[in-house]
Every structure is written in C-alpha cells, then in structure tokens.
Design a protein around this ligand. Structure first.
Ligand code: FES
Ligand SMILES: [Fe+2]
Length: 341
C-alpha cells in the first residue's frame, strides 16, 4: 500500500463478521489487497496478505498447519505474524520470504482490520456497535455491490430515498417530507439525522403501537471513515421520551473491495429478546427486500451511469437533503489529500 492509495489509510475497516471466521481460511479482497483471514488456536483472528512472495499464489489455497499456512504452490510455510518458518528446499529462509500480517481487532461480533502503520493504531477509534446486541446477537447479512463505496455512503446518509426506493419495504407514506434533517460533525464522526414529530406509528413499531397512533419518529445515522454507519430507527408516543420508545439498531458497514466494488455488511438488532425463528425469518425477508432488491440495484445503476467519471466533475446537483453524503465525501477527500502530501 503506497501513499497514492485511493482509500483512506490509518482507519479501521470491517473485514468480516466474527461468525465468518473459523478453521477454514477466508479469502477476501479489501481496499484492493488480497487478504486471508482465519481463526487461530487461541481463538484470535489472523490476517495475512494473501499472496506468497515467491510466485504469488494465494496462501488461502494452501493448507493450515496449526496457526501456520503452507503455500499451495511450492510449500513455503508462514506463521501468523507473516514470517516464513519453513523452506522445503533449504535450511536457509530468504529474508524476503515474508507476507504482511495485518493488525486485527474483534469487537461487537465484527472483525476490524487496521489499514495503516501498526504503531499508530488505536483500538479506541473503532466505532461502537455494542447497541446491536440486546442479549441476543443481531441478525447479520452481507451483499457484494458493484459500485464504489462512496456511492453507498451517498445512499445511507440521504434517507430521503426511502420514499421512492423502498416502496416495497420501509416507505413511510410521506413522513420523511414532514421531517427535519440535520447534519452535525463531531470530530471524526458525522451525524445525519431525521426528526419527524407527530406522525403515524412507523412500520418498525408494528405489534407494539397501533398503526394510527401519533408518534415522534427519528432516523439517526452515524458515520465514520471509510464508510462505517450505524442507524437508529426510533419512535415514541408523541411527546414521550426517546429512551422509552421502540428502537431498532442497524449497522451498515461498507468496505471497499476495489475502487469499483464494495463489501456491504448489514446487521439489525433482533426485535424480540429471544431469538424467534419465525420473526427472524420475517425481518430478514424485509431487510433483504430493502437492501438487496431495492438499494443495491439503484446504487449500482447510478454508479454505472457515471461511466467511471469523477463524482465532483459532473457537477452533482444538490438538494439539501444530500448534505450528509457530501460532507462524508469531503471528509474522505481531506483524508486522501492529507495522506498524499
Ligand atoms: S508461490 Fe508460494 S512457495 Fe512458490
Ligand atoms: Fe435504502
């Protein structure tokens, strides 16, 4: 990774859900770098660049020997620190026989990977997702997206699209038009929030509030670089306290796979205090309808429609409601420009 990286350096990127990492090696391209992830004997997670320095075979095609990986091509063996520990052709291990070992942290069921200098890494900078777990772990999902990750951020930080894109799932019968939108910057964190007072109970309260009850409804989105977002969907009887309301927590975490493709990880807190197969199936169906059948096609089509041209060169028309996405793009541009200097 050089200073000319098109992706922000020295930030945490989501690499996988914890449950994806086991004995079997997981090969995943992250910020245009092949990475192999696997669970080590002590229950931790190892992440190595998935390219042998000899003739560039993916180590993920090789075999595990405890916490070590044997290259599938000519048998060099690497430990979890990325050091070559065995050369089948000589007792001598060439000094260049090393692969990068990525700094990993596992928190809230998420495996994070530090894309930067090992010494500068600060685990306290990992965005908090503990709110997803309410005694039962959240429902999680993944979808690949054929679009640059910032086009996914545009979508998530501008929820006005709900009324148009999500007619088959979350559309709110115009409540978003009755709402106030604000974008607030707090250090490295951006917040893009909707507040819709005195509206009919929104869909996520079904079974909790009668549909014609008046509620105060909010959609609060938190963003951190590169594209790590947390959405709180809430409603409370009109005039009531937020903490007494009906709240769903979601994660929308986008990790660039390449400059033109994205890993989209999503999660939702479970609606019931114990996992219920029927309800889970219903919620998962709704979320997949919203994210896979509704968001993904429009994000991919808009990105494709630009034919590789630069977003700012068009220039994009602004409607005000899109201020969150623009602010996130400016923050990313500032990070990239700082690292190029
Ligand atoms: S490519 Fe790995 S040992 Fe030759
Ligand atoms: Fe959406």
């Amino acid at each position: 990774m050089t200073d000319a990286s098109p992706f922000p350096l020295n930030v945490w990127y989501m690499a996988a859900w914890s449950e994806e990492i086991g004995e079997t090696m997981l090969a995943r391209r992250l910020f245009d770098t092949p990475v192999v992830l696997y669970r080590t004997g002590d229950g931790g997670v190892a992440a190595l660049t998935d390219r042998c320095p000899h003739r560039f075979a993916p180590l993920s095609m090789g075999e595990r020997d405890g916490d070590q990986i044997r290259c599938p091509y000519h048998g060099l063996t690497f430990n979890r620190a990325g050091e070559c520990v065995r050369n089948p052709f000589s007792d001598r291990i060439p000094r260049a026989a090393v692969v990068k070992s990525w700094r990993v942290a596992e928190r809230d069921g998420i495996v994070w990977l530090w894309n930067g200098d090992g010494d500068d890494c600060d685990e306290a900078a990992i965005p908090d997702f503990s709110m997803l777990d309410r005694g039962v772990p959240p429902l999680t999902g993944y979808m690949p997206m054929a679009a640059n990750y910032e086009f996914g951020t545009d979508n998530l930080l501008d929820l006005s699209h709900i009324e148009f894109v999500h007619k088959g799932s979350f559309a709110g019968n115009g409540v978003i038009f009755a709402g106030e939108h604000s974008v607030v910057e707090e250090g490295d964190t951006l917040r893009s929030n909707w507040w819709m007072p005195d509206v009919d109970a929104p869909g996520h309260t079904r079974g909790v509030y009668p549909p014609d009850m008046k509620t105060d409804h909010w959609l609060d989105m938190r963003w951190n670089a590169p594209a790590t977002m947390q959405l709180e969907i809430g409603a409370t009887p009109a005039g009531g306290a937020r903490q007494d309301g009906c709240i769903v927590q979601q994660a929308h975490i986008l990790t660039p796979e390449t400059a033109t493709t994205t890993h989209y990880f999503w999660a939702s807190s479970r609606p019931t205090p114990v996992a219920d197969e029927e309800i889970d199936k219903m919620v998962r169906g709704l979320l997949e309808q919203a994210f896979i059948a509704e968001d993904k096609p429009i994000i991919e089509a808009a990105y494709k429609n630009l034919d590789g041209a630069d977003f700012w060169d068009q220039p994009p028309l602004s409607l005000g409601v899109d201020a969150g996405g623009l602010r996130a793009r400016r923050k990313i541009a500032a990070l990239l420009s700082a690292q190029q200097q």
